[in-house]
Write a protein that binds this ligand. Sequence first.
Ligand code: PLP
Length: 451
Amino acid sequence: TKIPNTETHNAVRDTDARHHLHPFTDTQALNRKGARVITRAEGVHVWDSDGNQLIDGMAGLWCVNLGYGRQELINAAHEQMQVLPYYNTFFQSTHSPVTSLAQAIADITPGDLNRIFFANSGSEAIDTIIRMVRHYWTLKGKPYRKLLIARENAYHGSTLGGASLGGMPHMHGQCAPLLPGIHCIRQPYWYGEADGLSEDEFGLIRARELEEKLLEVGPDNVAAFVGEPIQGAGGVIVPPRTYWPEIQRICRKYDVLLVADEVICGFGRTGQWFGSQTFDFQPDIMSMAKGLSSGYMPISAVAVGDRIADTLIESGDDFSHGFTYSGHPVAAAVALENIRILQDERIIESVASDIGPYFQARLRDTLSEHPLCGHIEGTGLIAGLALVKDRKTRTFFDEDVGTLCRDECTNNGLIARACGNRMVLSPPLVISRTEVDEMVDRLRVALDRTY
Ligand code: PLP
């Protein structure tokens, strides 16, 4: 690959500073040092314009599950572009990439999630779900079932719907007033909040906050409960095993729809196709994005259970919702090829029984005694590490050690992410053992240098 010269890179940085408004970024601070210009990527590595090779411990933004440079995905896009680069799926038309992908998703999702609605991003999938569940209850003759219940420290995207549903205060202030009708319960963060309870006890207690909330607002007013199987952007909060089955029991008891936001967990990250399978519950609706196309094309989907889909269909009316690029043929062709590779190369099986357990063990063997490491949690190829000032008392730092540690990781050739006082990793699913070793060793050096 031809790497452009330094002069070109400086020009890129200057233009970036002049014209590019970055998402989730303090642009003023960024412009003082200039953005890192990423020039190319291959496998689990990316290169920047200074010639540094970095191991991508975040698979981009939790999405490049097959790693960079997969020729089959490139070919799928190229071939589809030549045949049919675009057509809409709005007005009585369809095409084979979208029908094949819908069938493939229906086949890999558990239970009766047989109908698939397409969008372009996780946020759009979540907004679709908000509209769909409210419409569903109106069609069922219960228009008063409008409320949604989600959790503190959840991330469900950054459209108004997604940000309102999410439980991140910094996402709320800037766009207030938020979407009305959303209630929140606490997260199942055992290490940080359990106060001496066992994991199992704590999981049940936090799940039962859903029942308390339902009784407070009136269960008949609630459309759905929404949660990520593992909270990703919240810092990889892995719920106790008791949590999700209890949430499911409560949802069924009060006839509240159960929504799994699988945008991060879906497509093998936890060692099964979906996080809800790993945590033993059956959603009525599921959102997915990111790993659906390994990030090669923007595409998301909502998998809808028969009960809801049949009601929408039997209403004999339009569902007045959709996007110009719903079911985009090129994105669909890439996603379909992505699923084929995951299946043919048995990649998810390897996350479950080989590389996932290796990664989890290697993290714990190398880091669990580190003075900054309070706790490591994770499963498959996703993990979070709590940074603490005092391991014995589980005291967290007041200062932002996460950002310090993240910067030390980058200096040391590792892209990791800090979510508050937690370091998180979510590498491509195709990472090798040697690359896992390299990633974990780089994280250890970064921790040594942080404090
Ligand atoms: N839901 C979850 C669980 C996510 O992690 C994200 C993004 O990180 C989203 C929704 C939003 O997805 P997008 O950024 O594609 O809109």
